[in-house]
Design a protein around this ligand. Structure first.
Ligand code: CAA
Ligand code: FAD
Length: 380
């Protein structure tokens, strides 16, 4: 067993750390306030290869492993979790979904642009009445011969306003339950596709989240991904990898808050000494350090499972469940260590605390991760 990163992994991590410090940190408070993430920053992430980290270079990707992906996600998330969710959705949901299950034509047409950041992707599963209960979705795609007729509403869609390509999961035969679901590639300009207003959110405010409406959208047959009826399994398999990315996002949020709290506690004085010398603060730091290290091991194990070709449904669910809890608990502690300063925007920890909450909700809530884990361990 080897707990050390390779030299290549260290270089990749340092490149992401450098980018986060020089390009993401300036303006992160403003992006949170204005709820706007500039296009040129997405382009810069694309230029560095962050939009297609694991994609084969023959499709324009960086050809890196999942360990590299989580290292990049952690570093971006320490500074700006809005940036990292744009990266996460594009990489582990959209690019992965197309590379693993798409046809060669679909890969040439869409993946090559998504992997370089020329295109941005969105993944559309959730609906107003079907979030956790994803098989209950109502969006329908009726087979009309050489095209499908798509109707329905998707909500909470990350990159909803900025994407060029949308992977949409829809019901083609409601009598077949989860076996009557398909995944489709929708282009932003298709007739009958409408983007609703941006949600005003608690956290990851730089990332845009929208409701999408599909009114008689004609989707060419060749835009279906995979075999007829494979869309639900496509979504579940893709989300297993996505949860590794969100676990790494939660890790970065927790680690970022810890680093700020440690630094602050060594500078701020109370009762004649730096506050880190008060045991109540020192013990908080010890708990944070320990839990973050445990969290990192779970994230790395899930990434390693994926790289080794092992089943990662459970390790990704465990990583997301645990690390998101650590992120939520310790960002609250980081605010506490900062005292009053923790409550204002300039010190960054209040934003990290707000951003942490979403990691317990999206890509399957914590309760859903427990369903995935428990079903698998009971089955074994
Ligand atoms: N791999 C392959 N197949 C799978 C699978 C997996 N990981 N998980 C389930 N399936 C298959 C099952 O084997 C079953 O097939 P059979 O009928 O042939 O046996 C079929 O799919 C239906 O599975 P279940 O009976 O387990 O379905 P369920 O209705 O009980 O739901 C669930 C299972 C795990 C709760 C699932 O609905 C789920 O994951 N819900 C959460 C949805 C979610 O994560 N949404 C995220 C949206 S994207 C997002 O959030 C992005 C973002 O924010 C940035
Ligand atoms: P519900 O399913 O209504 O759940 C409400 C509560 O009930 C939760 O606590 C849940 O855990 C609990 N619950 C539900 N069922 C059970 C059960 N069986 N056992 C125990 N507890 C249960 N979706 C996408 O498809 N694409 C995206 O890009 C995307 N981005 C998002 C971005 C943001 C900022 C947000 C807020 C959401 C995003 N989502 C996206 C949607 C997200 O995946 C869903 O919000 C999430 O899956 C939960 O669904 P829901 O909101 O309908 O909650």
């Amino acid at each position: 067993m080897n707990f050390h990163l390779s030299e290549e992994h260290i270089m990749i991590r340092d490149a992401a750390r450098d980018f986060a410090q020089t390009e993401l940190l300036p303006g992160v408070i403003e992006r949170d306030e204005t709820q706007h993430f500039p296009k040129d920053l997405v382009k810069k992430m694309g230029d560095l290869g962050f939009m297609g980290i694991m994609v084969d270079p023959k499709y324009g990707g960086s050809g890196l492993d999942t360990i590299s992906y989580v290292l990049i996600m952690e570093e971006l998330s320490k500074i700006d979790a809005s940036a990292s969710v744009i990266v996460s959705v594009n990489n582990s949901l959209v690019c992965y979904g197309l590379e693993a299950y798409g046809t060669e034509t679909q890969k040439q047409k869409y993946l090559t642009k998504l992997a370089t950041g020329e295109f941005v992707g969105a993944f559309c599963l959730s609906e107003p009445e079907a979030g956790s209960d994803a098989t209950s979705q109502k969006t329908s795609a009726i087979d009309k011969g050489d095209y499908y007729l798509l109707n329905g509403t998707k909500n909470w869609i990350t990159n909803g306003g900025r994407a060029d390509v949308y992977l949409v999961i829809a019901q083609t035969d409601k009598h077949k339950g989860s076996h009557g679901i398909n995944a489709f590639i929708i282009e932003k300009d298709m007739e009958g596709f409408h983007i609703g207003p941006k949600e005003n959110k608690l956290g990851i405010r730089g990332s845009d989240t929208h409701t999408l409406q599909f009114n008689d959208v004609k989707v060419p047959k060749e835009n279906r991904i995979g075999e007829d009826g494979s869309g639900f399994r496509f979504a579940m398999k893709t989300l297993s990898g996505g949860r590794i990315g969100i676990a790494a996002q939660a890790l970065g949020i927790a680690a970022g808050a810890y680093e700020l709290a440690l630094k602050y506690s060594k500078e701020r004085k109370a009762f004649g000494t730096e506050i880190c010398n008060h045991q109540a603060i020192a013990f908080k730091l010890a708990d944070m350090y320990t839990d973050i290290e445990a969290a990192r091991h779970l994230v790395m194990k899930a990434a390693w499972d994926k790289d080794q070709g092992n089943n990662y449904d459970v390790s990704s669910a465990m990583a997301k469940l645990y690390v998101s809890k650590v992120a939520m608990e310790h960002t609250v502690e980081a605010v506490q260590i900062h005292g009053g300063n923790g409550f204002v925007k300039d010190y960054h920890v209040e934003r990290l605390m707000r951003d942490a909450k979403i990691t317990q909700i999206y890509e399957g809530t914590s309760e859903i991760q427990k369903i995935v884990i428990s079903r698998n361990i009971i089955k074994e």
